[in-house]
Ligand binder design. Structure first.
Ligand SMILES: Cc1cc2nc3c(=O)[nH]c(=O)nc-3n(C[C@H](O)[C@H](O)[C@H](O)COP(=O)(O)OP(=O)(O)OC[C@H]3O[C@@H](n4cnc5c(N)ncnc54)[C@H](O)[C@@H]3O)c2cc1C
Length: 446
């Protein structure tokens, strides 16, 4: 029997949820350590408890979060951990991390130019640095460095400006010469005759990669241990509304009422918002990735090129993990197609000619929630008790810890955290966009 905490009371005047005292008594997960490993070896590892429960959904919660990707699970974890609110359900239509969380290329970084992005993503990177210890679950954060290649003097100027802005915000950044790039990434074609000549690069040494599934699993385990109900194979098919409030979600496993609702459904944001009766400035596009057969270690840095729109790293299993741009048309189809594969492979060979004999092994796609300025929306919706976490474009994996942190704060207090105060929905109407790339209101150029 697992302990079910009491629903917290709601302070009607401030719309804050008051933490349940029961929080302190929530279930504790087995601590993973050398000692628990040794103890379980004695029983041939057959007695490890389930990492999280699979409870039947209750009819009512204080908070329901729709979407069991990294963002929804992280929000549930921080609602419990930071705000003592454990009467929470995370509703997922498929399996945990089966959306973009388990489909991304795992790059984490905070190399942003504009202040709201820089502060938000740096908070995320700081959380990444301590996440395995915090969750007692190895998320395999590997700060192996992320290099943005400069292919022209204009690129170098832009990177110097971005690097300086990062340093002014206390974020590590290093402008590399061509020789320094070549020394760090020996297989990169840095010759003057290269198809895309390399003039240098911007390095963020603390950037790198993390294991995507582990992030979903680690947050799920931590949230479950604190009493959160994680409900998989449960699709939200409708939202019941009373005036300007949502009263319940209709799901394939019945109607579930709550006092507050959070949406963290990535590429399905527009679809679920329509159930609530409003439109979002979000378009859904497919982003694809592919991996090669496993190789011995050949690439120990994440390399990206804006000029060819291509990025590549090597996973711990040895596969070269790569991707390019989104498809130029809207789609909910979570699959890949030949033109995108061709583009990525062409780019790879232009930058790394010696990879031309490598065979590709797997390819897939995920549906991205592309916003009109390339920055996310974390905050209040037009409805009183519905909160939004969307618009992650193709960079939301690295945001997972800070997004969960800020989304939980916003839901708990009915007001944003300082770090997500700028990421409002109404910024588009007010002309206060956060246009990191200066691309204008066109999702496909961000
Ligand atoms: C190929 C690819 C490469 C990428 N590379 C990177 C990268 O290197 N670095 C980076 O930072 N980001 C990257 N991203 C982006 C990143 O993966 C996403 O921004 C991030 O994972 C979004 O997390 P999420 O929790 O919001 O969404 P998801 O993980 O997609 O979770 C949303 C969940 O909501 C569920 N859902 C949807 N509708 C409903 C419903 N009606 N009822 C119940 N549940 C519902 C879905 O099943 C899904 O599990 C990449 C994405 C892709 C596809």
């Amino acid at each position: 029997m697992f302990f079910q905490p009491r629903p917290p009371a709601v302070d009607k005047a401030s719309s804050k949820l008051i933490p349940s005292l029961a929080y302190a008594r929530a279930r504790t997960a087995v601590k993973y350590s050398i000692f628990s490993l040794a103890r379980n070896a004695l029983s041939y590892h057959e007695r490890w408890p389930r990492v999280w429960r699979s409870p039947e959904p209750r009819r009512e919660y204080a908070v329901v979060i729709v979407g069991g990707g990294g963002h929804g699970l992280a929000a549930a974890y921080y609602l419990a951990k930071n705000h003592g609110i454990t009467d929470v359900a995370v509703i997922e239509k498929g399996w945990l991390g089966g959306g973009n969380t388990g489909r991304n290329t795992t790059i984490v970084r905070s190399n942003y130019y504009l202040d709201p992005n820089a502060h938000f993503y740096e908070h995320s990177l700081k959380l990444w640095e301590g996440l395995s210890a915090d969750l007692n679950f190895n998320v395999m954060y590997s700060p192996r460095g992320v290099i943005n290649l400069a292919h022209s003097y204009a690129d170098l100027d832009a990177y110097a400006r971005r690097g300086n802005a990062m340093r002014l915000n206390g974020i590590d950044a290093e402008l590399l010469t061509r020789e320094e790039v070549a020394a760090r990434v020996p297989l990169l074609d840095c010759s003057p005759a290269a198809r895309y000549p390399i003039m240098g690069g911007l390095l963020q040494g603390r950037g790198g990669v993390a294991r995507h599934d582990a992030v979903a699993w680690g947050y799920a385990r931590g949230a479950d241990a604190r009493g959160v109900d994680i409900i998989q194979q449960c699709e939200v098919t409708g939202l019941q509304r009373d005036g300007n409030r949502i009263t319940a979600v209709e799901t394939t496993r019945g109607t579930i009422r709550a006092k507050k609702f959070g949406l963290a459904v990535a590429g399905h944001s527009g679809h679920v918002a329509a159930m609530a009766g409003f439109r979002l400035p979000i378009e859904t596009h497919v982003l694809q990735a592919l991996v090669s057969e496993p190789l011995k270690p050949v690439l120990d840095t994440v390399v990206t090129s804006g000029a060819v729109h291509f990025y590549i790293s090597q996973s711990d299993k040895g596969e070269l993990v790569m991707g390019g741009d989104i498809d130029g048309y809207n789609s909910y189809g979570q699959r890949s197609n030949l033109p995108a594969i061709e583009h990525s492979v062409q780019s790879m060979i232009a930058l790394f000619p010696s990879f031309s004999r490598v065979r590709m092994m797997r390819t897939w796609g995920g549906v991205m929630d592309m916003s009109m300025d390339g920055s996310p929306i974390i905050g209040k919706s037009p409805l009183d008790n519905l909160y939004l976490d969307c618009g992650w474009c193709y960079g939301g994996f690295k945001a997972t810890p800070a997004s969960g942190w800020c989304f939980a704060h916003t839901i708990a207090n009915d007001a944003p955290h300082a770090l997500n105060a700028a990421f409002t929905l109404d910024r588009y109407a007010l002309g206060k966009t956060i246009d990191e790339k200066g691309g204008g209101p066109y999702p496909w150029v961000h």
